[in-house]
Design a protein around this ligand. Sequence first.
Ligand code: C2E
Ligand code: MG
Ligand code: MG
Ligand code: MG
Length: 275
Amino acid sequence: RAKEAGRNRVGHFDSDLESQAQQRLSIDRAVLGRAPQEAIEILLQPQLPIKAAQARPRFEVLARWRTEDGRLLMPNDFIPAAERNGVIGAVTSAVVCQAIRQLGRWLDIQGCEAQLAINVSAADLESHDFPQRLLKQLHAADIPPDLVEIEITESLLLRMTTSVKAALCRLSHAGIWLSLDDFGTGFSSLAYLRELPIATLKIDRDFIRGLESPNDYNLVAGMIAMAHAIGKEVIAEGVETPRQLELLAEIGCDWGQGYLWSRPIPPEQAFAKFG
Ligand code: C2E
Ligand code: MG
Ligand code: MG
Ligand code: MG
């Protein structure tokens, strides 16, 4: 319950409808009242090799919205607000912009190739020039596309159209990695695994939480075996305990991400600690 309060900092304590509507309005106002380029801050959460051969440092980019009066909004609140107010495209470009800047800094200063995974919304991929804009930005900053990974969700797969599919293929063809986020929580992704150039499955935290029960253990072991059989690697999300890590190593999970190693932290710290 305390955890939930932390995650839904806004809109949790008052649960009656009227105040929910008020919260929503206040988030809408915050999101419309400030340019995303100014409001967005990025945090990075490291992804650590479990069974994977040690490769380049790898992080997920997690966005935060700084309001004019200094409060910090969490993505579960402001991303839906950005989506319903038609500004998600600008939010995503602000995130992309900062991620690219960070990759550039590391390359310049430390000569280090790190890989950053960026979350995108369905609307991003539905806008016809998303791949083109992203690739142009990378080219302009002289960043190799294979330092960038795009995370899509299973719910996005439900909105899969030929143009979304074409966008994903275009990104992959240009060298950008694709991963499927929150794997196992959505609906009918198996058919899409055959068709889409997805390199990585991220097993949702819900399954990792239950890993010590035989049922979830077997389920996760099965997901990993299935992923490996079709040539995909696996990241476990939300790894919090040494015991979970031990079990994930036992069933051959490639990568882990979670509070066991680090919460999402500012980019400078991320590199100093995990670069
Ligand atoms: P996600 O992509 O599944 O990201 C993982 C979320 O789980 C993050 O929450 C992260 O802080 C949290 N997490 C990581 N490790 C642990 C752990 O060990 N225990 C627990 N309890 N939680 C852990 P966050 O940052 O609040 O992000 C929530 C969701 O918001 C993300 O879920 C992602 O779907 C979305 N999101 C974040 N940034 C962006 C963005 O730039 N664009 C879009 N479209 N969505 C974003
Ligand atoms: Mg993600
Ligand atoms: Mg996830
Ligand atoms: Mg998740």
